[in-house]
Design a binder for this molecule. Structure first.
Ligand SMILES: [Zn+2]
Ligand SMILES: [Zn+2]
Length: 248
């Protein structure tokens, strides 16, 4: 599916990136996603099929998603889902106080999970455009420069940098290696880090917000990071992190 989605066009230069960086505002507007309604419907229904087959979707939820996949309202639901993720990090106007909405994947609804998987081919296509651009280095926030999603995996480069990987569009961008991307705790004594015995994977767990992020250690790797494969290969690390009282 991903190969036949057309590459999106959106304007990109250092000035634009600098402005978005200052406002913490992601680049991609919903209207710029190359979304074909027929394709979207198909992916939503197929995602629901696969999730049900692997026991990740109850019958009632499955029926709801199937109905939505045929519904005229699908595009509105997807637009709302996209915007909620894209806008929640934008810098609040002065005097507005802290952002009221905090996102926790563990509590995200089943529909969110379906949409996240179904939208990935479209959003990763958009991420391909930004990924190749040098201007991406201007972005220093912990949420995704393209879509505003949260990181759900990371990779340590041979130069010992940590690059976060967006859970929605798979964009990768550089971020402080020992700062928690979820609560921005930068006190190294309150970050717990441990590795698998072979040193291939690592967990960074935050002792302030109790969330953790997994990393593929590219310093010892013979292949590039493969987020989908590596997320599954590290399920024992999730178990170890949860046993220590952290959540994903
Ligand atoms: Zn993203
Ligand atoms: Zn934290």
């Amino acid at each position: 599916m991903q190969a036949r989605i057309s590459l999106p066009w959106f304007e990109l230069n250092a000035d634009i990136l600098t402005r978005h960086q200052a406002e913490a505002r992601p680049l991609l507007r919903f209207e710029q996603i190359p979304l074909e309604l027929t394709d979207l419907r198909l992916v939503v229904r197929q995602t629901a099929d696969i999730m049900r087959r692997y026991g990740a979707l109850e019958d009632a939820d499955y029926q709801k998603v199937q109905t939505l996949g045929r519904d005229q309202a699908l595009l509105d639901v997807v637009r709302q889902w996209y915007r909620t993720g894209a806008e929640r990090h934008a810098a609040a106007p002065v005097g507005a106080g802290p952002q009221a909405v905090e996102h926790h994947p563990a509590e995200s609804s089943v529909l969110d999970q379906v949409l996240m998987l179904a939208m990935r081919p479209f959003l990763s296509r958009c991420a391909e455009v930004l990924q190749q651009r040098a201007e991406l280095a201007i972005w220093s926030h912990s949420h995704c420069a393209l879509c505003g999603g949260e990181p759900d995996f990371s990779v340590i480069t041979p130069a010992a940098e940590r690059h976060l990987i967006c859970g929605r569009c798979t964009l990768r961008w550089k971020f402080e290696p020992l700062t928690c991307p979820y609560c921005h705790n930068g006190d190294r004594s309150r970050i717990t880090s441990f590795a698998t015995p072979d040193g291939q994977y690592r967990v960074y767990a935050c002792d302030v917000c109790r969330r953790y992020l997994k990393a593929y250690d590219g310093r010892r790797a013979r292949r590039p990071v493969m987020p989908v494969v590596d997320s599954v290969a590290t399920l024992p690390l999730d178990a170890a992190a949860m046993q220590r009282g952290y959540s994903g």
